[in-house]
Design a protein around this ligand. Sequence first.
Ligand SMILES: Nc1ncnc2c1ncn2[C@@H]1O[C@H](COP(=O)(O)OP(=O)(O)OP(=O)(O)O)[C@@H](O)[C@H]1O
Length: 294
Amino acid sequence: MNAVTTTATDTVVRASQLRKVYKNKVALDGTSFEIPAGRIIGLIGPNGAGKTTALKAMLGLIPFEGQMSVIGRDPRTERDELMRDVCFIADVAVLPRWIRVSEAIEFVAGVHPRFDRARCERFLKGTQLKPQMKVRELSKGMIVQLHLALVMAIDARLLVLDEPTLGLDILYRKQFYQRLLEDYFDEDKTILITTHQVEEVEHILTDVMFIRDGKIVLDTEMDTLGERFTEVMVNADSADAARALKPVDERTLPFGKTVMLFDNIPRDQLSGLGETRTPGLADLFVATMKGTYA
Ligand SMILES: Nc1ncnc2c1ncn2[C@@H]1O[C@H](COP(=O)(O)OP(=O)(O)OP(=O)(O)O)[C@@H](O)[C@H]1O
C-alpha cells in the first residue's frame, strides 16, 4: 500500500504512530499505515497481535494515542458522522438466538442510515431464509446468508469485517468471500478483513498487512508480492550457496530438498539454485511470524 500513490481524497484510512496500552499490555506499538480506496485489504496476524484493537481504533470504539483519519474524520471526535460511511458487522454469531430474521433486518435498518431494505430482501429471496425464522433455527450456512444479506444491503465506503467466517466450514467460508467479491465490491468501496484463514482470502485480497506484537511488519499489494519475495526449491548441493544469500526462512521437504524464502533478492540471482516461485500468503505468514509464540 505504501507503493500506491495516494491523495488526501482517495486514502480511506491514514494512521500514524498509533499506540494503545491496556493496563500494562501494549496492543498497538507506534504503528503507521495507509489504506487507499477501492481495495480489499487483509489485516492478518496471530492471536493477540492487535488486529481487533486496530479496528476498534478506526471505528472510534476505544481511546488511543497517535493520529487517525478515517474517510477524512477523526474517529475519536466524529464517530457519528463517520458511521454513516462505515459498515462494521462483528461476527453474526453474536446475534441473539431468539431474534427473528425480520427483526435482525429491522435492527440494522434502524441503526444504519445507508441500509437498503429492498436490496436485503431481494438477496434473501434467493435463499431458504424466511422472515419468521429465528436465529436458533438456522444452520450455520443460513446464518452466513443472513450476514451477507445484511452486509450487502449497506452502501458503505468502508466495510470492516472482523473474522467474518469464524466457525464456518470451508464451503461456507469460500461462498462468503466469493459473494462479497462478486456482488458487493467495486472501486468506490474499501473492504478491510481481519482473519487467520489466510488461504481462503488470499485470492480476493488486493493488499495485505501482517501485524505482529502491535506493529505492521509487512504492508504490500498482492500484485507486487512476487517482485519482493521468492521461494526456491533448493537442491541439496546448492544449499550452502543459497544460504549465503540469507534466506528469511527455510523448511525441509522429503528427498533432501529445502524450500528457502528470499526477500528482495532478484529472481535471476536465485534461478540457478533451484525452481523458483512466488510464495503463497500462508507460507509468507508462517515465515514472518516465526517465534511469535516462543
Ligand atoms: N480490554 C482489554 N484489556 C486488556 N488487554 C486487552 C484488552 N483487549 C485486548 N487486550 C490485549 O491486547 C493485545 C491485542 O489484542 P487484540 O484483541 O487486538 O488482538 P487480536 O490480534 O485481535 O487477537 P485475536 O486474533 O486473538 O482476536 C492482546 O495481548 C490482548 O490480550
